[in-house]
Design a binder for this molecule. Structure first.
Ligand SMILES: *Cc1c(COP(=O)(O)O)cnc(C)c1O
Length: 426
């Protein structure tokens, strides 16, 4: 039988660089042909060969209700009939803003944009505008979208600034970006001691989901907050992934820390292009049209996207939603750990709410360098073994996984059984 995915990949590569519109979809890290998805429902999607997969990516986080939730579909269908985009304000934008602010107490005002990249980039500009400072602090392994100033890796020492990780980013553009090791308290202290009065903001994924799944230790997160306050820098929590994913109040709720600015995306759009950033009124009012910090967007607050986001937020705000989701995710993680232990496979895993990560090693990594010591070949064998067995996890070892409300106990059990089968045949 001809593999339809192969045919589509060939066609795609002729017209789209690498055949994909976002690099990780290309299966470059794991090898093989990317699956072209034709439809999705609940916890599943089907590829071009009509093969069904249990989906643990959920569009990289947004599909927390599973695919095609009836209430969300209905809201989107209704919105589409009323018009796709107006370029003028709507009541629904106020409703979504109010809904977000009600759930994230650190935010008094919010601006809606179309992607996480745009939200993080804008938050950064706002932080620099509001503080009148240039320097930004970020951590190795945290991803904040692909704005130039954030595509940067650590320089040779703390006194030196970062180097671009992408061609097309001039070194001058990242010369104000300091890249530190995640969970390294000593580096954090040194950076503020050396550069404190120049630091506009510190941006962090407080539960990192772009180096698999790594938590900031409570002491580290607390020290980030203290040092920012002490030195007049803004603490920015990038919760594009963790917002409404690890819990109803995000990573800041889990850690009990109040950031100055919060960046949101993924779940708040329910699968539509929607993201946001927000914080205290005095800072947010620095934005145009009120203040001097420019930011704009033709499709910002799009009426169809906001309908999708609102309907999604309504469902996840129902009592018990996160308790059930967290329990299910925990069952998956515990089951995988038990399966690995039974087959003598070095393994560890962690989860919070509907987000999880697993590692083919006995420790839970604290930083990017440790995550990257994972044996690539072993991970790739597991990935392809699961894929063959109808289980779709992220095609790279440095990505997190996502469980939705639509995943059933049977789906979880089937996933654990598939993993155990693979571990037993190592
Ligand atoms: C996905 C992600 C982004 C970028 O969002 P896009 O919508 O892909 O631009 C930024 N920050 C974090 C933490 C993310 O997970």
């Amino acid at each position: 039988m001809t593999d339809q995915n192969d045919l589509l990949f060939e066609r795609a590569r002729a017209v789209i660089p690498g055949g994909v519109n976002s690099p990780v979809r290309a299966f470059k890290a794991v090898g093989g042909t990317p699956r072209f998805i034709q439809r999705a429902q609940g916890a599943y999607f089907w590829d071009a060969n009509d093969k069904r997969y249990i989906d643990y990516i959920g569009s990289w986080g947004p599909m927390i209700l599973g695919h095609g939730h009836p209430a969300v579909v209905e809201a989107v269908q209704k919105a589409v009939l009323e018009g796709f985009s107006y370029g003028a304000p709507t009541e629904r934008e106020i409703e979504l803003a109010e809904a977000i602010l009600a759930l994230v107490p650190s935010m008094e005002m919010v601006r809606l944009v179309s992607s996480g990249t745009e939200a993080a980039m804008s938050a950064l500009r706002l932080a620099r505008g509001a503080t009148g400072r240039k320097t930004i602090v970020k951590f190795e392994g945290c991803y904040h979208g692909h704005a130039d100033a954030l595509l940067v890796k650590a320089g040779s020492g703390l006194a030196t600034f970062g180097n671009p990780t992408s061609a097309g980013v001039p070194p001058e553009v990242v010369q104000h970006t300091l890249v530190l090791e995640y969970n390294n308290l000593q580096q954090l202290e040194e950076a503020f001691a050396l550069h404190g009065s120049d630091i506009a903001c510190l941006m962090i994924e407080a539960i990192a989901g772009n180096m698999n799944f790594v938590r900031a230790t409570p002491a580290f997160a607390k020290r980030c907050r203290e040092l920012c306050t002490q030195h007049g820098a803004l603490l920015i929590f990038d919760e594009v992934m963790t917002g409404f994913r690890v819990g109803l109040h995000g990573a800041q709720g889990v850690l009990g820390i109040t950031p100055d600015l919060t960046v949101l995306g993924k779940v708040i759009g329910g699968g539509m292009p929607l993201a946001a950033f927000g914080g205290p009124r005095a800072i947010m009012e620095q934005l145009a049209p009120l203040g001097p910090v420019y930011q704009a967007g033709t499709l910002s607050g799009n009426p169809v996207a906001t309908a999708c986001g609102l309907a999604t937020l309504k469902e996840i705000s129902k009592p018990g939603f996160y308790e059930a989701l967290a329990k299910k995710t925990r069952t998956l993680v515990d089951g995988l750990k038990a399966a690995a232990a039974a087959e003598g496979q070095p393994f560890n895993a962690d989860s919070e709410g509907g987000m999880f990560g697993f590692f083919l090693m006995n420790e839970l990594p604290q930083n990017y360098a440790t995550v990257m010591t994972t044996d690539n070949a072993q991970f790739n064998a597991l990935f392809h073994g699961l894929l063959d067995r109808g289980v779709y996890i992220a095609p790279a070892l440095y990505e997190a996984g996502f469980v939705s409300a639509a995943h059933s106990e049977d789906d979880i059990a089937a996933t654990i059984a598939a993993a155990r089968d693979i571990f037993s045949k190592r």
